[in-house]
Write a protein that binds this ligand. Structure first.
Ligand code: CP3
Length: 349
C-alpha cells in the first residue's frame, strides 16, 4: 500500500512528498461532470456507489497519494434537522436560518449511523474498492464554519448574522455551538470506525476573525473535538488516525492554530510556507500551500512554484503537498495531473 501520506502525517521518513488536493473530485474533471450530468449533487453524496465512484476518479486520473471521501460539510446540518438544498449556480440553501433559541431547540444531535449512514456506507465500500492502494481521508466542517452556513442560511459575504449572534447573544451562540460540536464529534468517530484513515476538519471561514475572537469563538470547539477524538482513539484501542486542521486565511492565526492539538496544520497560499513554519515551530507537519489559481499558469511556471513550496517546506518535520484551498471548476485537468507528477519527481530523495 502507498502509505506515504500517512507516514508524512506522523512525521516519519518518506521517499517523496505525498500530495492530495482539496476538492480533487469535482467539476474540473470531465469524468465527474459525466456522472453529475445524470444525478444532482446531494443524490451523489447520498448514494454510496456514486460517492465511491467519484472519490476514486482522481486516484486513477491524477495519481494522488490519498483519497478524500466525496461528500459535503453541510450533510450534518440536514441530519440535525435543518433543510438543505443545493441550487444550481447559487450554492447551498439551509432553511430555516438559525437565528433564535426556538430554532436551535428544534435541532438535535443525530446518531450518525442512522441519518448519515450513507456516508459510513461509502467509506466501508471505498475501503474495499481501494484495496489499500492509498489511504482514505474522512472529513467534517469545523463547528464555526458549519455554524456560518446554518445561521446565514447559505454562503455569506460579511457574516453579519453570525457575528451579530456572537456579539449580541453569546450564550445563545455557545449553546448552538455545543450542539454542532457534539454532532461533528460523533460524526467523525463514526467515519473513523467505518474505516477513515485520517480526518480533516475544514474551517474555511475561521479566518474572518481577529486572533482574539478566533481564540474565543472558533478554537475552543475545535479543541473539544480533537481532545475527544484523541482520548476516544486511545481508550477504545482504535487505530490512532491523524487529524488535519485546515483554516482559510491562515496567516493571522498561526499561533492560535498551533494550540488546536491537530497532527497536521493546513496552510493557505497567502503566506510563505517557511514563514508559517517559523511561527508554528519546526516540529510541525504542514499541508499546503500553492494558490489554487496558479493552476492556470503555464506548466514551466507551475514547476517553479512547486520547487519554491518544496524548498520552503523543508524546515518542517513533515510536509504534505496540497493547494491552499480547493481546486476551482475551471481548472485545466492536465495541469493538475502535471502538478502531481512534478511534486513526486522534484521531491524524490
Ligand atoms: O475535496 C473533495 O474532493 C471532497 C469533497 C468535498 C466537497 N465539498 C464536494 C463539493 C469537500 C471536502 C467539500 C467541503 C466543503 N463544502 C467546504 C469546505 C472546504 C472549502 O472548499 O472551503 C465548504 C465550505 C463546503 C460547502 C459547499 N459545498 C459550498 C459552498 C458549495 C457550493 C459552491 C460550489 O463550489 O459550487 C458546495 C458544493 C460542492 N461540494 C461541490 C462539490 C464537488 C459542487 C457541487 C456540484 O457538483 O454542483
Amino acid at each position: 500500500m502507498n502509505d506515504t501520506f500517512l507516514k508524512a502525517c506522523r512525521g516519519e521518513e518518506v521517499p517523496y512528498t505525498p500530495i492530495w488536493i482539496m476538492r480533487q473530485a469535482g467539476r474540473y474533471l470531465p469524468e465527474y461532470r459525466a456522472i453529475r450530468g445524470k444525478a444532482d449533487f446531494l443524490t451523489m453524496c447520498k448514494t454510496p456507489e456514486l460517492a465511491a465512484e467519484v472519490t476514486l476518479q482522481p486516484i486513477d486520473i491524477l495519481n494522488v497519494d490519498a483519497a478524500i471521501l466525496f461528500c459535503d460539510i453541510l450533510i450534518p446540518c440536514e441530519a440535525m434537522g435543518q433543510g438543505l438544498d443545493f441550487h444550481e449556480g447559487k450554492g447551498p440553501i439551509l432553511s430555516p436560518a438559525v437565528r433564535d433559541a426556538d430554532t436551535i431547540n428544534k435541532l438535535f444531535v443525530p446518531d450518525p449511523e442512522d441519518s448519515m449512514k450513507f456516508v459510513m456506507d461509502a467509506i466501508r465500500l471505498l475501503r474495499k474498492e481501494l484495496e489499500g492502494r492509498v489511504p482514505l481521508i474522512g472529513f467534517a466542517g469545523a463547528p464555526f464554519t458549519t455554524a456560518t452556513y446554518m445561521i446565514e442560511g447559505g454562503t455569506s459575504k460579511n457574516f453579519l448574522n453570525t457575528k451579530r449572534m456572537i456579539y449580541e447573544a453569546p450564550a445563545l451562540y455557545a449553546s448552538f455551538m455545543d450542539k454542532i460540536t457534539a454532532t461533528i464529534t460523533e460524526y467523525l468517530k463514526a467515519q473513523i470506525s467505518a474505516g477513515a484513515q485520517a480526518v480533516q476538519i475544514f474551517d474555511t471561514w475561521g479566518g474572518i476573525f481577529s486572533p482574539m475572537d478566533f481564540r474565543e469563538y472558533v478554537l475552543p470547539y475545535v479543541v473539544r473535538i480533537i481532545d475527544e477524538l484523541k482520548s476516544w482513539m486511545n481508550s477504545e484501542s482504535n487505530e490512532r488516525v491523524p487529524i488535519i486542521y485546515f483554516v482559510g486565511e491562515t496567516a493571522g492565526l498561526l499561533e492560535e492554530i498551533r494550540t488546536s492539538g491537530a497532527d497536521v496544520y493546513g496552510v493557505d497560499w497567502r503566506i510563505n510556507l517557511d514563514d508559517a513554519i517559523k511561527r508554528l515551530g519546526s516540529d510541525v507537519i504542514v499541508q499546503g500551500n500553492l494558490d489554487p489559481l496558479s493552476m492556470f499558469l503555464p506548466q514551466d511556471k507551475i514547476e517553479e512554484r512547486v520547487k519554491d513550496v518544496l524548498g520552503r517546506a523543508s524546515s518542517a518535520r513533515g510536509h504534505i503537498f496540497n493547494l491552499g484551498h480547493g481546486v476551482v471548476p475551471q481548472t485545466p485537468p492536465e495541469n493538475v495531473i502535471a502538478l502531481v507528477e512534478m511534486v513526486h519527481r522534484l521531491s524524490r530523495k
